[in-house]
Design a binder for this molecule. Structure first.
Ligand SMILES: [Zn+2]
Length: 178
């Protein structure tokens, strides 16, 4: 069982959660895509205060996507049908995009930023603040995951890991003797 992951902006205004089950699905899609990048759509819902996005469904790469070792352009084939069905059956909607960076850090490239800021994306999914989740590293071992939110006309906001199970190495042992 993998624990859920939670990410939050440093000002606490916005966050994202993804369940352990969804995370495992994501890692499976990432390794299926090897040696290339792969990606797709995140769907789910926001908290009632709209300060937390809960990822509940993942679309793997549509068949018209274009993938290379360090590029990924998500296609659109079938995406509308998938989203319509999720909305009808589960009340879920488009939250943003995910893609993999095999054996590379999960930092968004200038190209990724361009994709996320494309007005066409906002228009197509009626989502003015799309999320981007990038999974980097080794999908069978030490993977890294980064989340950010793209407000139109403003710099991307990084969301940092905020779940209880995550602790950053501090460089010293806090249980050591004083
Ligand atoms: Zn990328």
């Amino acid at each position: 069982m993998t624990d859920p992951l939670t990410f939050r902006s440093s000002d606490g205004r916005f966050g994202l959660t993804i369940s352990g089950a969804q995370l495992r699905t994501l890692l499976r899609h990432c390794s299926t895509g090897l040696p290339n990048e792969t990606g797709g759509i995140l769907a789910g819902h926001y908290s009632s205060r709209r300060d937390m996005a809960h990822v509940r469904a993942l679309l793997p790469a549509p068949e018209d996507s274009v993938a290379g070792r360090s590029t990924f352009e998500r296609g659109t084939a079938g995406t509308r049908t998938w989203l319509d069905r999720l909305w009808r059956e589960r009340g879920l909607y488009y939250l943003g995009e995910w893609h993999s960076h095999p054996h590379a850090p999960p930092d968004h490239s200038p190209r990724d930023q361009q994709t996320m800021r494309n007005p066409g994306l906002v228009h197509a999914y009626a989502c003015p603040e799309p999320l981007l989740l990038i999974i980097g590293g080794d999908f069978h071992g030490e993977y890294q995951i980064a989340a950010s939110v793209f407000h139109q006309g403003r710099p991307a906001v990084e969301l940092v890991r905020a779940d209880a199970t995550f602790s950053r190495p501090t460089g010293h042992d806090r249980h050591s003797h004083d």
